[in-house]
Design a binder for this molecule. Structure first.
Ligand SMILES: [Ca+2]
Ligand SMILES: [Ca+2]
Ligand SMILES: [Ca+2]
Length: 288
């Protein structure tokens, strides 16, 4: 009897604990009040702290889109720091870096990648390029984390582009019917999809500003001094069985590239106008 009473007591205790604990787990905190505009901008500023910045120079003449970054505009453009590990921000195991330029009609992006094993077997535009080697650009013109754009270029020159209303929405791959009409060319050092060793590839792309005039908050071309949020990634297929690696200009620090708050800051700058020729010195007085 005493044992049965003890067992009943124990059961009651367990049931009471479960109810109490379950109540704790299921009790949801009251919904927080909607953040004010000031709160939101403070949050955005904190999220943007610590991301890399790059000045994008306005080109005096459009580059020839041929995969070679030897045009005068590229020669004068700033270069990013070497891309880093996407999860930790530590140096990446392979070298890649980028330059960005612009003019009245286009955004220009040049990315150089070292890669000793080039692989991309896709042949169709908007195929899943990210599953093998490719360079990836994300663009969030107004930096609000919504209505952002994703473009990819494979070493073979095949392209992918899509647009999202908000983070990863709509599923699964955004509005893939969006077309940026980018012009992208690739100079490869090696031969993709064979067994011989490669050196890497360089992507040179021109994206018309009209591409970003799309979605819920269409963007107009930038003016000097404007800042757009962007990120650049390299996806690196390795030989069979060794998986895939990745590097980023600005590391998202999680296993997801769709983190607009971690995109870098690209400031559009224009070279100063040539200074006017100084007036000739006044003729010396003839004191003879
Ligand atoms: Ca070129
Ligand atoms: Ca598309
Ligand atoms: Ca590769």
């Amino acid at each position: 009897m005493r044992r049965a009473a003890w067992t009943r007591c124990l059961r009651l205790l367990v049931v009471a604990s479960a109810l109490l604990w379950g109540g704790c787990v299921e009790k949801r905190p009251e919904a927080a009040p909607a953040p004010s505009r000031t709160d939101r901008s403070a949050t955005a500023a904190r999220a943007a702290a610590g991301v890399p910045e790059l000045d994008a120079l306005r080109f005096g003449a459009p580059p020839l889109i041929d995969g070679h970054l030897d045009d005068p505009g590229w020669q004068a453009a700033d270069e990013t720091a070497p891309f880093v590990d996407t999860m930790t921000g530590a140096p990446a195991p392979f070298a890649s870096r980028a330059r960005i330029g612009w003019d009245a009609t286009h955004l220009y992006v040049g990315v150089e990648v070292d890669d000793d094993f080039l692989q991309s077997t896709f042949t169709r535009h908007d195929a899943h390029l990210w599953e093998q080697d490719c360079v990836e650009l994300m663009v969030d013109p107004d930096g609000d984390g919504r209505n952002y754009f994703e473009l990819q270029v494979a070493p073979t020159g095949v392209t992918f582009d899509t647009r999202y209303d908000s983070r990863r929405q709509p599923q699964p791959f955004g509005h893939t019917d969006w077309e940026s009409h980018l012009d992208a060319k690739v100079a490869v050092r090696g031969t993709p999809n064979d067994a011989s060793a490669d050196g890497g590839y360089t992507v040179e792309a021109a994206i018309p500003w009209a591409a970003f005039d799309a979605g819920p908050t269409p963007a107009q071309p930038p003016r000097p001094g404007d800042v757009w949020r962007m990120n650049l990634y390299v996806l690196d297929a390795r030989p069979h069985g060794q998986g895939q690696r990745a590097a980023a200009w600005s590391p998202p620090l999680v296993g997801d590239f769709h983190v607009p708050s971690r995109f870098g800051r690209v400031r559009f700058i224009a070279p100063p106008p040539p200074s006017p020729r100084p007036p000739p010195p006044p003729a010396a007085a003839d004191t003879r």
